[in-house]
Design a protein around this ligand. Structure first.
Ligand SMILES: [Zn+2]
Length: 58
């Protein structure tokens, strides 16, 4: 599955290194961004279609 965040008006995209560093101060911020990119309406299990909070390994 390919996700192009530049095609997504709801996802900001950093235009500079300082902006990138502001958007992604830590791994949790990166994870949250990627989850938003993958599941814009909240997590949905690909396997069973269940909505809700996913179990996170990190
Ligand atoms: Zn499931």
């Amino acid at each position: 599955m390919v996700i192009d965040v530049l095609d997504r008006g709801d996802l900001p995209f950093p235009g500079s290194l300082p902006e990138f560093q502001r958007m992604f101060p830590d791994e949790a911020a990166c994870m949250a961004y990627l989850e938003r990119a993958r599941w814009s309406d909240g997590f949905i299990c690909d396997h069973c279609g269940l909505l809700g909070e996913p179990y996170r390994f990190a």
